[in-house]
Design a protein around this ligand. Structure first.
Ligand code: RTP
Ligand code: MG
Length: 142
């Protein structure tokens, strides 16, 4: 199996609930290693750029407002099939549809405040990692 890197965000709702550590435990228990991590408060511009693919969607303004409403944790996760493994840990976008035992089922309140982001493909992972981290901020562990 391929060792991959994926990009993850603990969103403002989960930071406000004080469950950063519980979410990090999910990554670690699944064998994903945290190889870079920092807390930041996204600017409007940074959040709009991150979600540029959704610019024309009706929920875009609400999404950007939510993502800038408080601090987030951004991290790079490394491990076997990391992109898909992290999507499986997260669960469906809408927590009402998320499977039992997933992060969104256990920590998210709504489709807007849904606790975590995770890259949806290897190409987006590479782009998103580079959007938040320089090479020297990432510590390979595999
Ligand atoms: P994310 O990018 O945050 O990891 O979430 P995702 O891949 O599961 O979902 P995506 O389709 O990329 O949408 C990004 C975020 O926009 C919000 N959203 N709202 N009201 C709606 O119909 C709707 N659809 C998406 C969600 O907060 C989602 O995480
Ligand atoms: Mg997405």
């Amino acid at each position: 199996m391929a060792i991959e890197r994926t990009f993850s965000i603990v969103k403002p709702d989960a930071v406000a609930k004080n469950v950063i550590g519980k979410i990090y435990s999910r990554f670690e228990e699944a064998g994903l290693k945290i190889v870079a991590s920092k807390m930041l408060h996204l600017s409007q511009e940074k959040a709009e750029g991150f979600y540029a693919e959704h610019k024309e969607r009706p929920f875009f303004a609400d999404l950007v407002a939510f993502m800038t409403s408080g601090p987030v944790m951004v991290q790079v996760l490394e491990g076997e099939n990391a992109v898909l493994a992290n999507r499986d840990l997260m669960g469906a976008t809408n927590p009402k549809e998320a499977a039992e035992g997933t992060i969104r089922r256990d920590f998210a309140d709504s489709i807007d405040a849904n606790a975590v982001h995770g890259s949806d493909a290897l190409a987006s992972a590479e782009r998103e990692i580079a959007y938040f981290f320089s090479d020297d901020e990432i510590c390979p562990r595999s």
